[in-house]
Design a protein around this ligand. Structure first.
Ligand SMILES: [Zn+2]
Ligand SMILES: [Zn+2]
Length: 345
């Protein structure tokens, strides 16, 4: 990249697509399906692993720093759910990487001279200590570069202790196999980036691996995938909770409706036991048929149950009537007496 291109890219990154004024704005927006959403989130493996041994070449989707800047400006106030796009891409990528690791392991098991369980346990110990040293060394160098000298020095002391352990483990391993076998490079596959690590790799080489772009890139991809899986799981959990609450709410509403209906029926029953003297339209017929009048005070209560059809009510009444026919007659009689006395007032 020329100095000019570098400055251009830097400005794009800082200012987004509007840097060159309206007329030069990109015709494409960051939410366009052609734009790589993983790139907007800074986790596209094509970018992370670029110029490593596992360089994937160009991404099929568009990578653009200015669009990334636009997204970064727009995203705080709104969830675009791009983590879901990235989740899909990273899941596929990581599954493929794990498959390759498994394959490489199988290949090693087939090609490398088989050791007894005891000896291979000893070899594993050397590998593990070597990897620990490599990781710690890479970390110490990183801390040093960041100016955290004390932390870096402290880590170097730990590394010294690990080195002692490793040389003990090495002599233990060496003493348990023939010299020729010991000379052979015994390989192991890195769980993270599926690169081969040798039992005789020196600290420097291991530090370069664990602090290298490939291994760190894989760590970043795997951690991002995990983070997005957690976000997706959290979203699913919230949705489940939301649906559960909505269901409970619906059930409560249904119960309330049923309760109201029951209450209505109950008061309806009460009312039909004490017929009203309501003269309002549509009710006269029924009242006449019933041949009874109601106390005016009861009219207000009566009106609440209008929603039910007269037929419905009559139907209900018909079998209830049998039970209360006698008491009704009695009541009617006493009521008409009452009325007569009222009329005479
Ligand atoms: Zn991409
Ligand atoms: Zn690795």
């Amino acid at each position: 990249m020329s100095a000019h291109d570098q400055i251009r890219a830097m400005l794009d990154q800082l200012m987004g697509t509007s840097r060159n004024g309206e007329e030069e704005k990109l015709s494409i927006k960051f939410d366009d399906p052609r734009v790589c959403k993983s790139f907007l989130l800074g986790c596209c493996p094509h970018e992370i692993l670029a110029s490593t041994r596992m360089d994937l070449g160009d991404c099929v989707k568009m990578h653009n720093l200015a669009l990334k800047a636009d997204y970064e400006i727009a995203s705080p106030g709104k969830d675009y759910f791009y983590d879901l796009d990235a989740l899909e891409q990273l899941s596929i990528f990581v599954a493929e990487a794990d498959r390759k690791t498994e394959q490489a392991r199988k290949r090693l098991a087939e090609t490398q001279e088989e050791l007894s369980t005891e000896v291979s346990g000893k070899a594993d110990k050397v590998h593990e200590l070597g990897e620990k040293i490599g990781e710690a060394l890479a970390r110490a160098e990183q801390l040093g570069a960041e100016g955290l000298v004390d932390e870096s020095m402290k880590l170097m002391e730990e590394i010294d202790a690990l080195r002692k352990q490793k040389s003990e483990a090495e002599s233990d391993y060496r003493s348990s196999i023939p010299a020729a076998t010991y000379q052979q490079q015994k390989l192991r596959v890195c769980d993270v980036c599926c690169a081969y690590l040798g039992i005789h790799d020196n600290d420097r080489r291991l530090a370069d691996h664990f602090g290298g772009k490939l291994h760190l890139g894989f760590i970043k991809i795997r951690e991002t995938l995990k983070e997005f899986q957690e976000i997706a799981e959290e979203r699913r959990r919230k949705r489940r909770d939301h649906m559960r609450l909505a269901r409970l709410d619906e059930e409560e509403k249904t119960r309330r409706r049923e309760r109201e209906l029951r209450d209505k029926e109950r008061s309806e029953r009460k009312r039909s036991n004490s017929p009203s003297r309501d003269k309002s339209a549509g009710r006269d017929d029924r009242d006449r048929r019933r041949g009874s009048d109601h106390d005016r005070k009861k009219r207000s209560r009566r009106s609440k149950s209008r929603s039910r059809s007269p037929r419905d009510r009559d139907h209900k009444r018909s079998h209830k009537d049998k039970k209360r026919s006698r008491s009704k007659e009695r009541r009617d009689r006493s009521r008409s007496k009452e009325r007569r006395s009222k009329h005479s007032d």
